[in-house]
Design a protein around this ligand. Sequence first.
Ligand code: FEH
Ligand code: ZN
Length: 336
Amino acid sequence: MFAARYVPGEKKLSLTDIPKPRPGPRDVLLKIRAAGICHSDLHVLAGEVPYPHTFTMGHEACGEVVEKGNEVSADIKVGGLYAVHGPNPCGDCTYCRTGHDNLCNGPGRTFVGLGQDGAYADYLVVPARNVVEVPKGVSPEVAAVATDAVLTPYHAIKTLGEVQTNSKVLVIGLGGLGINGVQVAVALGAKVTATDLRESSLELAKKFGANETVNSKEIDKKIKPASFDVVIDFVGRDSTFTQAQTFVRPGGTIVLVGLGSSHVPVISTPLISYQVRVQGAFWGTHQEMHEIFQLIDEGKIKPQVETAPMKDVNHWLEELEAGRVKSRMALLPSQM
Ligand code: FEH
Ligand code: ZN
């Protein structure tokens, strides 16, 4: 079968033909229908995460179950469309058993497509416990990107930011995750201000229900400091994290999602004297996967997705790196 494989030290994925995998007793074999691309792929290809071995990339997966192991529940239907929970939790460790399976520290556990074979391929084997059925009205490409580009902002805003009706929320950065973050916050009943450098992104945020939009270049002139309950930084650079500290209220929360740089500056005195909480956010849980698909099925979150042939994965990763992918990109296998 076709597979786009990470090879240590190489800056492009190797397009190869490898044997089709077989499911173990508790696994399902998915025929991939769509795979989302993500900046995390770029960090790996840049050597920032030094995986020592080769694997098929693609951590945003959606596919049709074509075979299941003999111990897999009857709930999983052959022929059904399923999305993969990329953190690939073990189900047994303390984190998994206490509702934090995105932080699973099971022995040898790696992420689907990041450290073990993922979805840039015709087929993928995953544990049956780590798939969620896709509602009938949701397309494979929307489901694939949702496993990260909706799940991550949802976890950051609802669970970690504890955003609720009338919360005052500032969303910094309206890329593939931030624009969905606006929709999540709106769906939770928050009063949402959205900021980015790109006017087109501000217009999209307005369309998705942001109460206010402001260009990042003008935010210091137009927005009252220390006035938001929750600020989510989807960029993670010095400038945006500094903005987050300027606009969060005393006793408020900053949720850091963006991996724009390896370090961000903390301005100690206001952080301490205002007792601001800074919260890192990582991906999301299996339970939250069910919740986001409910919101997507209800039309409350509309992920913007472009599609392209999977065989062109290296081209689209270059386009992503160059900032030319407008929303989120899902790759479709050739055997469609
Ligand atoms: C995945 C693995 C490691 C860091 C960040 C990510 C994100 O793509 C998940 O949201
Ligand atoms: Zn675990």
